[in-house]
Design a protein. Structure first.
Length: 576
């Protein structure tokens, strides 16, 4: 491939003269190109091999009438695959950049490989710099890719298994709407397989005007969407998220996305108290739905059960199934971390109902992509009673074991300065003594150190002192989170670039029996252990560390308080 830049044309006025003007430009006729149509606040991004014809179609679209300018992006080294990839790159990044609100639908965006893709992707970086110079983009790519708006964007290009699941769910929904049949879908996937992204993608797909996606190329998908909307318009849609911090981030994403609304994001209790049933509900992190066990407040749960005509055994899962005609559960049974979570047996019972239930599996790793599924399986085996038979190396993934917690924490801080979005997290092996004691909350390392020097700290390891996360909601992106230690509830469902994981004294290793075991007195989540058998508590704690050790996209650093556990982990993880 010749080393030629991708050219961005001068702006062309978006009116009836535009097709003729574009036809006279270098790549304006029978050549792959990407285009940006915009006004000051909104934009539409597309790709085509015949720009004059495609722009003529857009001129007939009432949504585009408010746009006033168009630019063509192309090169004489372009092909159709490059144009599709550049289109997806621009849609995903410009939607999260915030300069424009995109009018795009999201059907048909799939990840795909092609000849010399890596070389073209380098050119995409130059395209972004050009857009910044033209004041068509605000942030640099690292800022965007670390942002929640990018990570939870409905404009992500899907992996093959994600797209197959979407396509088959939409196809099945079209049949069920036609036959007025109810249905339940379970999408299973381990950490980092993109369950949340798939759920948000589905909501955007189902809530968009069909003509926004008319150029997607997936005619069957568009036809099935049309069949759904012909049977019911408008659809009553919602996404249910149990965890407050993740729910608020998704609300913010919906608020900033064309065609979505933050009112479409619900807690389970809001579903139970909704005034009308839903056509389709997507449930993210379905494994975190709650049952009536070890709750902080039983009153509201019992009230909701009574309203739904359920006894005390009713769960949040039951509420959702009763209030929705079609329900899509995004689920991973290995991420249940406390006894309030609906047990796996409840989901297994659902999966046995073959007539109206459909299941799909996601396997492609989109978080720990440098380690892949092999890394996830490896971590799962390490934190189990069936460890790997030997060490596996991950040349592209930065996995390290530390015997000095301070060195690990400081390295995570160094990585945060380099990449952003790196944090240290731990199991609940220390009391949260500073809860509501730090007023005002520290905002930098000096203020944190000042509190610690005054004896206000939670965690002490070999003379090194730290405080727990001062908040749950929004902790990950709070200004001082790099100087705090996060718990499982601050991080489950989220991505980091690097994760530092402190394993407390609640998890230990017996070198004689060659097994992992727990010390319940060292586990301080009182609601997480009350009335729980030791074998079950061990499983919850192992799940917690499996989750914590699969947050990092680039790498994971681990420190274990128990010396025997460190020696056990050293068999499998390179020691610093």
């Amino acid at each position: 491939m010749e080393d030629k830049k991708i050219l961005i044309s001068a702006p062309i006025h978006f009116d009836h003269t535009a097709p003729n003007i574009i036809q006279l430009t270098a790549f304006g006729n029978s050549w792959p190109a990407v285009y940006i149509i915009n006004n000051e606040h909104e934009a539409y991004i597309g790709e085509t091999t015949n720009a004059p014809v495609r722009i003529s179609q857009h001129l007939e679209n009432p949504h585009r009438n408010k746009l006033d300018s168009i630019r063509i992006l192309s090169s004489d080294t372009f092909n159709k695959s490059v144009a599709l990839d550049l289109e997806a790159f621009l849609i995903s990044h410009m939607s999260a950049d915030g300069h424009f609100r995109l009018q795009n639908g999201n059907a048909g965006q799939q990840k795909h490989n092609y000849y010399q893709r890596a070389a073209y992707e380098e050119k995409f970086l130059d395209v972004w710099r050009q857009l910044q110079d033209l004041h068509l983009a605000n942030q640099n790519l690292q800022e965007i890719e670390n942002s929640n708006l990018f990570k939870y964007s409905p404009y992500k290009s899907l992996t093959t298994d994600q797209y197959l699941a979407v396509s088959q769910i939409i196809s099945r929904l079209a049949k069920d709407f036609a036959g007025q049949e109810n249905s339940t879908f379970v999408v299973r996937g381990g950490p980092g397989t993109g369950k949340t992204v798939l759920g948000i993608y589905l909501l955007k797909l189902l809530s968009s005007d069909i003509d926004e996606d008319s150029g997607s190329g997936d005619e069957e998908l568009i036809e099935n969407l049309q069949r759904i909307h012909q049977k019911k318009e408008p659809l009553k849609l919602g996404i249910v998220i149990s965890m407050t911090n993740l729910r608020n981030i998704v609300k913010d994403t919906f608020r900033q996305t064309y065609g979505l609304d933050e009112k479409m994001v619900y807690s389970p209790s809001q579903i139970a108290n909704a005034e009308e049933d839903f056509d389709i509900l997507v449930v993210d992190e379905a494994h975190r739905l709650r049952q009536r066990k070890n709750l902080t407040q039983y009153g509201q749960h019992d009230k909701n059960n009574a309203k739904m005509g359920l006894g005390q055994d009713g769960t949040e899962l039951d509420w959702i199934l009763r209030r929705s005609k079609h329900c899509i559960l995004l689920y991973d049974q290995d991420q249940t971390v406390k006894p309030t979570d609906v047990p796996a047996e409840k989901f297994q019972a659902l999966l046995s109902e073959t007539d109206s239930l459909h299941s799909f599996d996601l396997i492609t790793q989109v978080r720990c992509i440098l380690g892949g599924q092999k890394y996830l399986d490896y971590i799962k085996a390490i934190f189990s009673q069936n460890p790997p038979s030997g060490r596996t190396d991950f040349p592209s993934y930065d996995l390290r074991l530390y015997d000095d917690v301070s060195k690990m924490v400081n390295m995570i801080k160094a990585k945060d300065r380099q990449f952003g979005l790196c944090r240290t997290v731990a199991g609940y092996a220390w009391k949260w003594q500073t809860h509501n004691q730090l007023d005002p909350a520290p905002e930098n390392s000096a203020e944190t150190e000042s509190y610690i020097n005054r004896g206000l700290y939670d965690i002490e390891i070999d003379g090194h002192r730290y405080i727990w996360n001062v908040k749950y909601d929004g902790w990950l992106t709070s200004p001082n989170s790099i100087n705090e230690i996060g718990c499982i509830h601050t991080i489950q469902g989220f991505d980091l670039n690097y994760a530092g994981v402190i394993i407390g004294n609640e998890l230990r290793y017996d070198p004689i029996a060659e097994r992992l075991y727990i010390e319940p007195s060292e586990y301080y989540d009182q609601k997480g252990k009350a009335g729980v058998a030791e074998a079950d508590l061990l499983q919850y704690i192992l799940h917690i560390y499996q989750v914590l050790c699969t947050r990092g996209m680039r790498g994971t650093y681990i420190y274990a308080c128990d010396k025997n556990l460190r020696e056990y982990l050293e068999k499998f993880i390179p020691k610093v």
